[in-house]
Design a binder for this molecule. Structure first.
Ligand code: G6P
Ligand code: ZN
Length: 546
């Protein structure tokens, strides 16, 4: 075993996006492509002697070979100890959990989240810091700068050791580095057992309560099986699509009513289970479904916040809530009632890290099916599902009842996101630029049945470190609180994805049963008018509506 120095040169475009570097597998398979990015990470981290890192991924195609490469490079860079999930598997929240529990220096997560997997699909890599959360921009920008520097990328270091056995739990060594293959579920399951009332949930299942959890053939399957069917006694078969497959069995592992159509269909038929849930590729997203109702992620955050004290881990109350800017204001109303702060951050889970570290918030959520708390520093799909189970067990109510009663108390924020995927990038940029130019003229204008109160491009100043993130999305806010938000996705890999977020508040319970798209049709028409979206992109209808 020796350490090799291999000549290389920079690859363009290795800038980590909203959540790490995500590219087509074929791009990652170019000789040196993954190695360069990993070299850039290690160079950014500096002296790693004596350090422990955590490594694992969502099991998609290229996961195993990337893990072997990273292990050999970590050994060459003097990492003392590497904790790897068995089979190369660790969900994103589990990486965060293990980093925190084992006081590791950081971790590398291999995932492209909900993006399709397989040889023609996507792959991704991101670095998490010692709080268990995604590296802040300061670090990701330094990594990017290294990837673009001819000097930094003149060579990378890698051991020529043979592959490590990833399938057997236990210790081995690679050069001077200790490699420990760990059970990917154990630490995470233990944490969940401390946060939620497992006895009450077990009793719920024992009473005949039925549930379907759709693992979408991605990484949440092993976690859901171990916890729901194992520890909580849900009947075998509760978890569907529970085996992680390299191509996710052709599923698009992004839990929303469009992609999880199989689950949605199950929930409305005769003999539908009491509760349905799904998670994404790397198990950090969640979708909550009741009989004939899919709970919007924005509502889910608000309902969890309003009922948080039902779960033992939150019995003392929550300190504050944070939501991403495009997420609906439903949580704000709960925060107000609880007299706790509610923060509005840019899109991207990383913006919640400082708030949680500073003890300003307990719960965080995003419209993009992400919910979580300060138990880890990633959003956490199964955590949200267990929170709902805990609420259902503690109240004896159904999902529809919990949602209906919440709306009756706080009002309903009708909410929908319209996505225009793989749009011509130049057309999308021009549209956003034109919108930004229009902003100063919009306030005071009457659009349809609304009057514009405020129109701006969202700027966030982090209350903890004072850092400023600008150009985070164009907002048109009406005098009644209704909103239209325009953003370009930071996670797409093909052309541009335009996201249009629509929100309308309705206080009157007599008007809470409207169809969402109908309730928002006026705002949708205004959105198209103001942006010229249809005309500029040539798209008549959104590709996905959630
Ligand atoms: C990832 C991030 C989220 C973010 C989401 C949507 O899942 O972890 O924090 O909300 O991407 O990002 P996008 O830029 O595609 O709207
Ligand atoms: Zn994800």
């Amino acid at each position: 075993m020796t350490i090799q120095t291999v000549a290389t040169k920079p690859f363009a475009g290795q800038r980590p996006g909203t959540s790490g570097l995500r590219k087509k597998v074929t791009e990652f398979q170019q000789p040196g492509y993954l190695e360069n990015f990993v070299e850039a990470i290690f160079q950014t981290l500096g002296d790693l002697s004596g350090r422990t890192l955590v490594l694992g991924g969502d099991g998609r195609f290229f996961n195993r070979s990337a893990i072997q490469t990273i292990l050999r490079m970590a050994a060459a860079h003097g990492v003392a100890r590497m904790l790897v999930g068995r089979g190369g598997i660790l969900s994103t929240p589990a990486v965060s959990c293990v980093i925190r529990k084992r006081a590791a220096f950081g971790g590398i997560v291999l995932s492209a989240s909900h993006n399709p997997g397989g040889p023609d699909g996507d792959f991704g890599i991101k670095y998490n810091i010692d709080n268990g959360g995604p590296a802040p921009e300061k670090i990701t920008e330094a990594i990017f700068a290294n990837t673009q520097s001819a000097q930094a990328m003149s060579s990378y270091r890698i051991s020529d050791a043979p592959p490590v056995d990833l399938d057997t739990i236990g210790m081995s060594t690679l050069e001077h580095m200790q490699v420990e293959v760990i059970d990917p579920v154990a630490d995470y399951a233990e944490l969940m057992g401390r946060l939620f009332d497992f006895d009450a949930i077990r009793a719920l299942f024992a009473r005949g309560f039925t549930m379907k959890f759709d693992g979408m053939s991605a990484v949440s399957g092993p976690y859901a099986k171990a916890i729901l069917e194992g520890m909580l006694g849900a009947p075998a078969g509760t978890v569907m699509n529970g085996e992680p497959l390299e191509d996710f069995g052709g599923h698009h592992p992004d839990p929303n009513p469009v992609n999880a159509a199989e689950l949605i269909a199950l929930m409305s038929g005769a003999g539908a289970p009491d509760f349905g849930a799904a998670s994404d590729g790397d198990a950090d997203r969640n979708m909550i479904v009741g009989r004939s109702i899919a709970v919007t992620p924005s509502d889910s955050l608000a309902i969890i916040a309003a009922n948080a004290t039902l779960a033992p881990g939150y019995a003392g109350g929550i300190k504050g809530i944070a939501r991403s800017m495009p997420t609906s204001g439903a949580a704000d109303r709960v925060a107000k009632a609880l007299d706790i702060p509610c923060f509005e951050t840019p899109t991207g889970w990383k913006y919640f890290g400082n708030l949680m570290d500073a003890g300003l918030v307990t719960l965080c959520g995003e419209e993009s099916y992400g919910t979580g708390s300060d138990h880890v520093r990633e959003k956490d799909g199964l955590w949200a599902v267990l929170f709902w189970l805990n609420m259902l067990a503690a109240t004896g109510k159904s999902v529809e009842q919990l949602v209906g009663e919440h709306w009756a108390r706080f009002g309903r924020n009708y909410y929908s996101r319209h996505d225009y995927e793989a749009v011509d990038a130049a057309a999308a940029d021009t549209m956003m630029a034109a919108l930004r130019e229009k902003l100063p003229t919009l306030a005071g204008q009457v659009l349809g049945e609304f009057r514009v109160a405020q129109a701006d491009d969202f700027v966030y100043t982090d209350p903890v470190d004072g850092s400023v993130a600008s150009r985070q999305g164009v907002r048109i806010i009406m005098t009644d609180g209704s909103r239209i938000v325009f953003r370009l996705s930071g996670t797409g890999t093909e052309g541009a994805t335009v996201r249009v977020y629509l929100e309308r508040y309705e206080a009157d319970p007599a008007r809470h049963a409207q169809d969402t798209q109908q309730a928002l049709s006026g705002l949708a028409a205004i959105a198209d008018d103001v942006s010229g979206l249809r005309q500029r992109t040539g798209r008549q209808t959104p590709s996905v509506v959630t």
